[in-house]
Design a protein around this ligand. Structure first.
Ligand code: HEC
Length: 105
């Protein structure tokens, strides 16, 4: 009887960890993705490169846009064609979160 209880406890723990830990490690790291995929053009602080006609992502007009519009820009603007294929919706959402953080600085 006692062994069964212990076995049940171990099983419950194992299942709980299995459910919790992968979802933690799968969460997209927006700041790291921004650094890897966007910073070389838009700059580490999002200021862009006016001389190269790369717009700021921290300008008021970008701040005013909805998340969905920013994601759409990455997905549809020809300047981002390679990125649009490489990044999924969850990754783009995480990146927009990181851009919002930059806009607050
Ligand atoms: C190869 C350089 C390059 C990379 C990498 C790049 N962009 Fe861009 N981005 C541009 C250029 C150039 C424009 C301006 C496009 C235009 O004027 O049509 C732009 C425009 C934008 C805009 C529109 C800004 C506005 O004023 O409305 C957003 C939003 C944006 N980029 C987000 C991103 C995000 C997020 C990433 C990373 C996933 C990224 N970009 C990666 C070059 C780049």
């Amino acid at each position: 009887m006692k062994m069964t209880k212990i076995a049940m406890l171990i099983l419950t723990l194992a299942v709980t960890l299995f459910i919790l830990i992968p979802s933690l490690s799968w969460a997209e790291d927006g700041a790291a993705l921004y650094k890897a995929k966007c910073a070389m053009c838009h700059g580490p602080d999002g200021a862009g490169k006016p001389a190269a006609k790369i717009p700021s992502l921290v300008a008021p007009e970008v701040k005013a846009k909805a998340d969905a519009d920013l994601i759409k820009t990455v997905q549809t603007n020809p300047k981002h064609a390679a990125l649009a294929k490489a990044l999924n919706e969850d990754q783009l959402k995480a990146i927009v979160g990181a851009v919002r953080d930059l806009q607050k600085k």
